[in-house]
Design a protein around this ligand. Structure first.
Ligand SMILES: CSC[C@@H](O)[C@@H](O)C(=O)COP(=O)(O)O
Length: 367
């Protein structure tokens, strides 16, 4: 997507052919800056502190982290150690494991001297595939939005609620949940997005509002608990969110609070769509609620807020009494029964094992 007219991805290989550049998402929306990742440790750190975040981008960054490790030491031992370090950075988004498995498979059987080049080639492919898949997700989601628009009065916008940031900043480009919105907007369909602030880290306020604004998509930021009220009053036509891990039964794990939005949507007959590329499906998990690991992060993210004060200084502020006990569950699981459909790069399907297999028949034998 473009920033001030210049096209960007969220991660790209530098001209030296070894290091990569990322957008430091911890600084947005107050500052736009890129950071060079020059080593395995830099990549692991960037994922851990969420300079990069969002399931597909975590996978892409890990892929390049492995490349940089192999550039230093292409041995089997270094490969295994690097994969283990990266896998331990964040537990919930399965794209991380998927990307590492892809990378290891691409180099494992090669002589050491050929591993580095093969790794960088596969990492570049993973990034390009993600862009193509997100664009395709956008195309299928666009048709859903177009259908809603067809039932509305001329010029009336389609009101879409989204949670967290599943836009281009969460992927290599385009996004998952926001790709249909960008494509609808670009196709001239009037859309308006309700943006959940998404406490505790405020990915909605900081990232989704920023990227929608840069693209000129009309949107309104709302506190996290507003969605139910809006749905009761007919102000939401559909919800679209992303997912960090989709179980084989269609359960979806996404940013904390997604489940409550799905419950409100179900109670108000508002369609609730979840957008994802195939790298987000965990075929080994049969029951998402019971089995998907939920990241628990530092309690300080709940007791503190980061923002810009009226004097223009970016700072952190305590919002709770000193010593308050806080819990920080970063994700929750929305059961498949609350999901109207999944939007994938291969089309739209029911959130169920049968639905997923209708689009990914090659997985029917458990492959
Ligand atoms: C296309 S991204 C889907 C999800 O990764 C996104 O909705 C999300 O929950 C991101 O969480 P984050 O903790 O910011 O990595």
């Amino acid at each position: 997507m473009k920033i001030d007219g210049k096209p960007y991805r969220t991660i790209w290989l530098n001209d030296d052919g070894r290091t990569v550049q990322i957008i430091d998402q911890t600084l947005l929306p107050h500052e736009f800056a890129t950071v060079t990742l020059g080593s395995l440790e830099d990549a692991a750190h960037a994922i851990r502190v969420m300079q990069v975040r969002g399931a597909p981008l975590i996978g892409a960054t890990a892929a390049y982290g492995l490349c940089m490790a192999l550039a230093v030491d292409p041995s089997d031992e270094a490969l295994e150690a690097a994969a283990a370090t990266l896998l331990a950075t964040r537990p919930t988004a399965v794209n991380l494991r998927w990307a590492l498995d892809e990378m290891v498979a691409a180099v494992r059987n090669l002589p050491r001297g050929e591993r580095r080049a093969a790794a960088y080639a596969r990492a570049a492919e993973i990034c390009d595939e993600d862009v193509a898949q997100c664009y395709a997700i956008g195309g299928y989601g666009l048709e859903l939005i177009r259908a809603v628009h067809g039932g509305k009065g001329a010029g009336e916008p389609v009101n879409i609620l989204t949670h967290c940031n599943a836009g281009w900043l969460a992927t290599v480009d385009w996004g998952t949940a926001l790709a249909p919105i960008y494509r609808a907007h670009d196709a001239g369909i009037p859309v308006h997005v309700w943006v959940d602030e998404t406490r505790p880290r405020n990915q909605g306020a900081a990232l989704t509002a920023w990227e929608l604004g840069r693209h000129g998509v009309p949107h309104t930021l709302i506190a996290d608990n507003v969605g139910g009220h809006l749905m009761q009053h007919g102000k939401v036509d559909l919800c679209i969110t992303g997912t960090d891990r989709t179980a084989a039964n269609g359960d979806v794990c996404n940013k904390i609070g997604t489940y409550l939005k799905a419950l409100a949507a179900s109670d108000n007959d508002v369609p609730f769509y979840v957008a994802l590329p195939r790298s987000t499906i965990d075929w080994g998990i049969a029951d998402g609620v019971a089995e998907i690991p939920i990241e628990e992060r530092d309690a300080a993210e709940v007791t503190r807020l980061r923002g810009r004060d009226t004097a223009g200084r970016v700072a952190e502020f305590d919002i709770a009494p000193e010593g308050t006990n806080a819990a920080n569950y970063a994700f929750d699981v929305t059961p498949a029964r609350l999901v109207t459909a999944l939007i994938t790069e291969r089309g739209v399907c029911a959130a169920s094992r049968e639905g997923l297999l209708s689009l990914y028949p090659e997985r029917a034998d458990g492959a």
